[in-house]
Design a protein around this ligand. Structure first.
Ligand code: ATP
Ligand code: MG
Length: 327
Protein backbone atom coordinates (compact mmCIF):
# COMPACT_ATOMS: atom_id res chain seq x y z
CA UNK A 1 0.00 0.00 0.00
CA UNK A 2 1.19 3.50 -0.77
CA UNK A 3 2.25 5.80 2.09
CA UNK A 4 1.61 9.39 1.13
CA UNK A 5 3.17 12.38 2.88
CA UNK A 6 2.84 16.09 2.25
CA UNK A 7 2.99 19.37 4.12
CA UNK A 8 2.65 23.12 3.92
CA UNK A 9 4.81 25.46 5.95
CA UNK A 10 3.08 28.21 7.93
CA UNK A 11 5.24 31.05 6.58
CA UNK A 12 2.35 33.27 5.48
CA UNK A 13 -1.23 33.44 4.34
CA UNK A 14 -2.02 30.58 1.96
CA UNK A 15 -2.34 31.42 -1.71
CA UNK A 16 -4.29 30.07 -4.63
CA UNK A 17 -1.02 28.37 -5.67
CA UNK A 18 -1.04 26.40 -2.41
CA UNK A 19 -4.66 25.43 -2.99
CA UNK A 20 -4.17 24.30 -6.57
CA UNK A 21 -0.72 22.73 -6.13
CA UNK A 22 -1.32 21.07 -2.77
CA UNK A 23 -4.59 21.37 -0.81
CA UNK A 24 -6.93 20.44 -3.64
CA UNK A 25 -5.18 17.08 -4.09
CA UNK A 26 -4.94 16.00 -0.46
CA UNK A 27 -8.48 14.63 -0.25
CA UNK A 28 -7.86 12.18 -3.09
CA UNK A 29 -4.72 10.81 -1.48
CA UNK A 30 -6.50 9.54 1.58
CA UNK A 31 -8.40 7.10 -0.60
CA UNK A 32 -5.28 5.91 -2.42
CA UNK A 33 -3.28 4.82 0.60
CA UNK A 34 -2.26 5.71 4.12
CA UNK A 35 -1.74 9.43 4.26
CA UNK A 36 0.24 11.74 6.55
CA UNK A 37 -0.31 15.46 6.10
CA UNK A 38 1.42 17.89 8.44
CA UNK A 39 2.05 21.53 9.17
CA UNK A 40 5.76 22.17 8.67
CA UNK A 41 6.14 24.69 11.48
CA UNK A 42 9.85 24.03 12.11
CA UNK A 43 10.47 24.82 8.45
CA UNK A 44 8.62 28.12 8.89
CA UNK A 45 11.36 29.29 11.28
CA UNK A 46 13.93 29.25 8.49
CA UNK A 47 13.12 32.86 7.62
CA UNK A 48 12.29 35.51 10.27
CA UNK A 49 8.67 35.31 11.42
CA UNK A 50 6.70 36.86 14.29
CA UNK A 51 5.61 34.26 16.89
CA UNK A 52 1.99 35.41 16.69
CA UNK A 53 2.00 35.10 12.89
CA UNK A 54 3.47 31.61 13.10
CA UNK A 55 0.76 30.53 15.54
CA UNK A 56 -2.04 32.03 13.44
CA UNK A 57 -0.70 30.64 10.18
CA UNK A 58 -0.46 27.18 11.75
CA UNK A 59 -4.08 27.30 12.93
CA UNK A 60 -5.15 28.50 9.50
CA UNK A 61 -3.45 25.60 7.72
CA UNK A 62 -5.06 23.09 10.09
CA UNK A 63 -8.48 24.58 9.32
CA UNK A 64 -7.76 24.68 5.58
CA UNK A 65 -6.74 21.01 5.66
CA UNK A 66 -10.05 20.05 7.20
CA UNK A 67 -11.98 22.43 4.92
CA UNK A 68 -10.40 20.79 1.89
CA UNK A 69 -11.92 17.47 2.95
CA UNK A 70 -9.19 15.75 4.96
CA UNK A 71 -10.85 13.14 7.14
CA UNK A 72 -8.95 12.57 10.41
CA UNK A 73 -10.07 8.94 10.36
CA UNK A 74 -8.21 8.41 7.10
CA UNK A 75 -5.41 10.97 7.30
CA UNK A 76 -2.91 11.51 10.10
CA UNK A 77 -2.79 15.28 10.43
CA UNK A 78 -0.28 16.87 12.82
CA UNK A 79 2.21 19.62 13.62
CA UNK A 80 5.83 18.82 12.76
CA UNK A 81 7.02 20.30 16.07
CA UNK A 82 4.79 17.88 18.02
CA UNK A 83 6.92 14.96 16.85
CA UNK A 84 10.47 15.29 18.18
CA UNK A 85 11.70 12.47 15.92
CA UNK A 86 11.87 15.02 13.04
CA UNK A 87 14.65 16.93 14.79
CA UNK A 88 16.35 13.74 15.94
CA UNK A 89 16.46 12.13 12.51
CA UNK A 90 17.56 15.46 11.06
CA UNK A 91 20.60 15.39 13.36
CA UNK A 92 21.59 12.02 11.93
CA UNK A 93 20.85 12.38 8.22
CA UNK A 94 22.52 15.77 7.92
CA UNK A 95 25.78 13.87 7.88
CA UNK A 96 24.93 12.13 4.62
CA UNK A 97 24.17 15.19 2.50
CA UNK A 98 26.84 17.57 1.32
CA UNK A 99 27.33 21.35 1.15
CA UNK A 100 27.78 21.24 -2.62
CA UNK A 101 24.43 19.51 -3.04
CA UNK A 102 22.57 21.91 -0.79
CA UNK A 103 24.10 24.95 -2.46
CA UNK A 104 22.71 23.83 -5.80
CA UNK A 105 19.07 23.77 -4.62
CA UNK A 106 16.93 26.19 -6.62
CA UNK A 107 14.80 27.20 -3.65
CA UNK A 108 17.89 28.13 -1.64
CA UNK A 109 19.24 30.15 -4.55
CA UNK A 110 15.86 31.86 -5.12
CA UNK A 111 15.41 32.79 -1.48
CA UNK A 112 18.99 33.66 -0.58
CA UNK A 113 20.82 34.83 -3.71
CA UNK A 114 20.33 38.47 -2.75
CA UNK A 115 21.20 38.00 0.92
CA UNK A 116 24.58 38.40 2.59
CA UNK A 117 26.12 35.21 4.01
CA UNK A 118 25.88 36.72 7.46
CA UNK A 119 22.08 37.01 7.07
CA UNK A 120 21.43 33.47 5.84
CA UNK A 121 20.52 31.18 8.73
CA UNK A 122 21.75 27.57 8.78
CA UNK A 123 18.13 26.43 8.72
CA UNK A 124 17.30 27.77 5.28
CA UNK A 125 20.47 26.24 3.88
CA UNK A 126 19.81 22.88 5.52
CA UNK A 127 16.08 22.98 4.73
CA UNK A 128 16.18 19.94 2.40
CA UNK A 129 17.86 17.90 5.15
CA UNK A 130 14.94 18.38 7.53
CA UNK A 131 12.56 17.79 4.65
CA UNK A 132 14.31 14.47 3.97
CA UNK A 133 13.91 13.52 7.63
CA UNK A 134 10.19 14.40 7.39
CA UNK A 135 9.71 12.10 4.43
CA UNK A 136 11.84 9.21 5.67
CA UNK A 137 10.33 8.99 9.15
CA UNK A 138 6.97 7.94 7.72
CA UNK A 139 8.48 5.63 5.11
CA UNK A 140 6.54 7.60 2.53
CA UNK A 141 6.46 6.11 -0.94
CA UNK A 142 4.75 9.07 -2.59
CA UNK A 143 5.35 12.73 -1.87
CA UNK A 144 2.90 15.01 -3.64
CA UNK A 145 4.49 18.41 -4.23
CA UNK A 146 4.32 21.35 -6.59
CA UNK A 147 7.18 21.63 -9.04
CA UNK A 148 9.16 23.88 -6.68
CA UNK A 149 9.71 21.07 -4.16
CA UNK A 150 10.42 18.20 -6.55
CA UNK A 151 14.16 18.88 -6.44
CA UNK A 152 14.22 18.39 -2.68
CA UNK A 153 12.57 15.00 -3.02
CA UNK A 154 15.24 14.06 -5.59
CA UNK A 155 17.91 14.96 -3.06
CA UNK A 156 16.16 12.80 -0.48
CA UNK A 157 16.30 9.91 -2.96
CA UNK A 158 20.08 10.41 -3.30
CA UNK A 159 20.34 10.31 0.46
CA UNK A 160 18.41 7.02 0.63
CA UNK A 161 20.70 5.44 -1.96
CA UNK A 162 23.79 6.60 -0.11
CA UNK A 163 22.55 5.58 3.32
CA UNK A 164 21.24 2.18 2.29
CA UNK A 165 24.40 1.44 0.34
CA UNK A 166 26.33 1.88 3.54
CA UNK A 167 23.96 0.33 6.12
CA UNK A 168 21.62 -2.00 4.22
CA UNK A 169 17.97 -1.56 3.28
CA UNK A 170 17.01 0.73 6.16
CA UNK A 171 15.33 3.74 4.51
CA UNK A 172 12.35 3.56 2.20
CA UNK A 173 12.72 5.13 -1.26
CA UNK A 174 10.21 7.96 -1.79
CA UNK A 175 9.08 9.44 -5.07
CA UNK A 176 7.80 12.95 -5.87
CA UNK A 177 4.36 13.16 -7.42
CA UNK A 178 3.83 16.42 -9.29
CA UNK A 179 0.28 17.15 -10.48
CA UNK A 180 -0.09 17.33 -14.27
CA UNK A 181 -2.09 20.55 -14.14
CA UNK A 182 -1.44 23.39 -11.72
CA UNK A 183 2.00 22.30 -10.52
CA UNK A 184 3.25 25.84 -10.84
CA UNK A 185 0.84 28.74 -10.57
CA UNK A 186 2.56 32.01 -11.34
CA UNK A 187 2.15 35.50 -9.84
CA UNK A 188 -0.70 37.49 -11.39
CA UNK A 189 1.36 40.67 -11.65
CA UNK A 190 4.53 38.97 -12.87
CA UNK A 191 3.84 35.64 -14.60
CA UNK A 192 7.56 34.89 -14.72
CA UNK A 193 7.55 34.43 -10.91
CA UNK A 194 5.97 31.66 -8.85
CA UNK A 195 3.00 32.63 -6.71
CA UNK A 196 4.34 32.26 -3.14
CA UNK A 197 2.84 32.97 0.22
CA UNK A 198 6.03 34.60 1.48
CA UNK A 199 6.13 36.97 -1.48
CA UNK A 200 2.95 39.00 -1.18
CA UNK A 201 2.68 40.74 -4.55
CA UNK A 202 0.41 39.36 -7.22
CA UNK A 203 -1.00 36.61 -5.11
CA UNK A 204 -4.55 35.59 -4.49
CA UNK A 205 -4.86 34.66 -0.85
CA UNK A 206 -7.37 32.04 0.24
CA UNK A 207 -8.63 34.48 2.86
CA UNK A 208 -9.26 37.29 0.35
CA UNK A 209 -12.96 38.09 0.04
CA UNK A 210 -14.62 37.23 -3.29
CA UNK A 211 -14.58 40.86 -4.45
CA UNK A 212 -10.84 41.20 -3.90
CA UNK A 213 -10.18 37.90 -5.68
CA UNK A 214 -12.22 39.08 -8.66
CA UNK A 215 -10.37 42.39 -8.75
CA UNK A 216 -7.01 40.63 -8.75
CA UNK A 217 -8.05 38.32 -11.60
CA UNK A 218 -9.49 41.20 -13.64
CA UNK A 219 -6.26 43.20 -13.28
CA UNK A 220 -3.91 40.24 -13.84
CA UNK A 221 -1.09 41.02 -16.23
CA UNK A 222 -1.92 39.80 -19.73
CA UNK A 223 -0.01 39.78 -22.97
CA UNK A 224 0.12 41.27 -26.45
CA UNK A 225 -2.76 40.51 -28.80
CA UNK A 226 -6.44 40.97 -27.93
CA UNK A 227 -7.71 37.38 -27.75
CA UNK A 228 -7.00 34.11 -25.96
CA UNK A 229 -4.68 31.45 -27.36
CA UNK A 230 -2.46 29.17 -25.31
CA UNK A 231 1.18 30.10 -25.80
CA UNK A 232 3.26 29.43 -22.66
CA UNK A 233 6.24 31.41 -23.96
CA UNK A 234 4.60 34.26 -25.87
CA UNK A 235 1.58 34.67 -23.57
CA UNK A 236 2.67 33.63 -20.08
CA UNK A 237 -0.08 35.67 -18.37
CA UNK A 238 -2.87 34.02 -20.35
CA UNK A 239 -1.23 30.62 -19.97
CA UNK A 240 -1.22 31.09 -16.19
CA UNK A 241 -4.92 32.04 -16.15
CA UNK A 242 -5.74 29.03 -18.33
CA UNK A 243 -3.82 26.86 -15.89
CA UNK A 244 -5.78 28.33 -12.96
CA UNK A 245 -9.09 27.80 -14.74
CA UNK A 246 -8.24 24.24 -15.81
CA UNK A 247 -7.08 23.27 -12.31
CA UNK A 248 -10.22 24.62 -10.65
CA UNK A 249 -12.46 23.05 -13.27
CA UNK A 250 -10.68 19.68 -13.16
CA UNK A 251 -9.87 19.72 -16.87
CA UNK A 252 -6.70 20.07 -18.94
CA UNK A 253 -5.10 23.29 -20.20
CA UNK A 254 -5.73 22.12 -23.79
CA UNK A 255 -9.45 21.73 -23.02
CA UNK A 256 -9.61 25.15 -21.38
CA UNK A 257 -7.67 26.74 -24.26
CA UNK A 258 -10.14 25.25 -26.73
CA UNK A 259 -13.10 26.53 -24.72
CA UNK A 260 -11.80 30.10 -24.61
CA UNK A 261 -10.04 30.30 -28.00
CA UNK A 262 -10.72 33.72 -29.51
CA UNK A 263 -12.33 35.17 -26.34
CA UNK A 264 -11.37 38.75 -25.55
CA UNK A 265 -9.21 38.97 -22.42
CA UNK A 266 -11.90 40.73 -20.37
CA UNK A 267 -14.51 38.06 -21.08
CA UNK A 268 -12.05 35.28 -20.36
CA UNK A 269 -10.96 36.81 -17.06
CA UNK A 270 -14.58 37.10 -16.02
CA UNK A 271 -15.01 33.35 -16.61
CA UNK A 272 -11.91 32.64 -14.50
CA UNK A 273 -13.24 34.85 -11.68
CA UNK A 274 -16.64 33.10 -11.80
CA UNK A 275 -14.94 29.71 -11.57
CA UNK A 276 -12.92 30.94 -8.61
CA UNK A 277 -16.12 32.04 -6.82
CA UNK A 278 -17.70 28.67 -7.48
CA UNK A 279 -14.84 26.83 -5.76
CA UNK A 280 -13.73 29.33 -3.14
CA UNK A 281 -17.01 30.52 -1.61
CA UNK A 282 -18.06 27.12 -0.19
CA UNK A 283 -14.44 26.33 0.73
CA UNK A 284 -14.18 29.57 2.71
CA UNK A 285 -17.47 28.86 4.48
CA UNK A 286 -16.13 25.48 5.68
CA UNK A 287 -12.91 27.13 6.86
CA UNK A 288 -14.85 29.80 8.83
CA UNK A 289 -16.85 27.12 10.59
CA UNK A 290 -13.77 25.08 11.58
CA UNK A 291 -11.84 28.12 12.83
CA UNK A 292 -14.85 29.10 14.93
CA UNK A 293 -15.49 25.67 16.51
CA UNK A 294 -11.72 24.94 16.98
CA UNK A 295 -12.27 21.29 16.06
CA UNK A 296 -8.77 21.24 14.56
CA UNK A 297 -7.14 21.19 18.00
CA UNK A 298 -8.25 17.68 18.96
CA UNK A 299 -7.52 16.47 15.43
CA UNK A 300 -3.92 17.71 15.72
CA UNK A 301 -3.49 16.13 19.17
CA UNK A 302 -4.62 12.71 18.06
CA UNK A 303 -2.70 13.02 14.81
CA UNK A 304 0.51 13.74 16.72
CA UNK A 305 0.08 10.60 18.81
CA UNK A 306 -0.29 8.37 15.77
CA UNK A 307 2.56 10.18 13.97
CA UNK A 308 4.89 9.68 16.95
CA UNK A 309 4.26 5.94 16.92
CA UNK A 310 5.22 5.59 13.27
CA UNK A 311 8.11 8.07 13.37
CA UNK A 312 9.75 6.66 16.49
CA UNK A 313 9.88 3.20 14.95
CA UNK A 314 11.84 4.47 11.95
CA UNK A 315 14.07 6.61 14.14
CA UNK A 316 15.05 3.60 16.24
CA UNK A 317 15.86 1.60 13.14
CA UNK A 318 18.18 4.34 11.91
CA UNK A 319 19.79 4.92 15.31
CA UNK A 320 20.56 1.24 15.54
CA UNK A 321 21.90 1.04 11.99
CA UNK A 322 24.41 3.86 12.46
CA UNK A 323 25.64 2.41 15.74
CA UNK A 324 24.02 4.49 18.46
CA UNK A 325 23.67 2.44 21.60
CA UNK A 326 20.00 1.92 22.34
CA UNK A 327 19.77 1.30 26.07
P1 ATP B 1 7.06 29.90 0.70
O1 ATP B 1 7.11 31.18 -0.06
O2 ATP B 1 7.12 30.08 2.18
O3 ATP B 1 8.02 28.86 0.20
P2 ATP B 1 4.97 28.57 -0.77
O4 ATP B 1 3.75 29.32 -1.21
O5 ATP B 1 5.99 28.25 -1.80
O6 ATP B 1 5.57 29.38 0.45
P3 ATP B 1 5.24 25.98 0.55
O7 ATP B 1 4.89 25.87 1.99
O8 ATP B 1 6.68 26.08 0.15
O9 ATP B 1 4.44 27.25 -0.06
O10 ATP B 1 4.58 24.78 -0.24
C1 ATP B 1 3.35 24.18 0.13
C2 ATP B 1 2.85 23.35 -1.04
O11 ATP B 1 2.29 24.21 -2.04
C3 ATP B 1 3.93 22.54 -1.73
O12 ATP B 1 3.37 21.30 -2.15
C4 ATP B 1 4.27 23.40 -2.93
O13 ATP B 1 4.86 22.65 -3.96
C5 ATP B 1 2.89 23.96 -3.30
N1 ATP B 1 3.01 25.24 -4.00
C6 ATP B 1 3.56 26.37 -3.52
N2 ATP B 1 3.48 27.37 -4.41
C7 ATP B 1 2.85 26.85 -5.51
C8 ATP B 1 2.47 27.38 -6.79
N3 ATP B 1 2.70 28.65 -7.10
N4 ATP B 1 1.84 26.57 -7.67
C9 ATP B 1 1.58 25.28 -7.35
N5 ATP B 1 1.93 24.71 -6.16
C10 ATP B 1 2.55 25.47 -5.25
MG1 MG C 1 7.86 27.22 -1.25
Amino acid sequence: MERILSAIKPTGKLTLGNYIGALSHFKDFQDQGESFIFIADLHALTLPIEPEDLRNNSRDIAAFYLASGLDPKKTTMFLQSSVSAHAELNAIVQNYLYMGELKRMTQFKDKCSKMADTAIGMGIFAYPVLMAADILLYEATEVPVGEDQAQHVELCRDLVRRFNHRYGEILKMPKAVVPKVGARIMSLTDPSKKMSKSDQKGDIFLLDDPKTMRKKIMSAKTDMGPTVTDDPVGKPGIHNLLNIYASLDGTTIEEAAKRFEGFRYGEFKKAVADKLDEVMIPFRARYDQIIADKSYIEVLRQGAERAREVANKTLRKVQEAVGLLLI
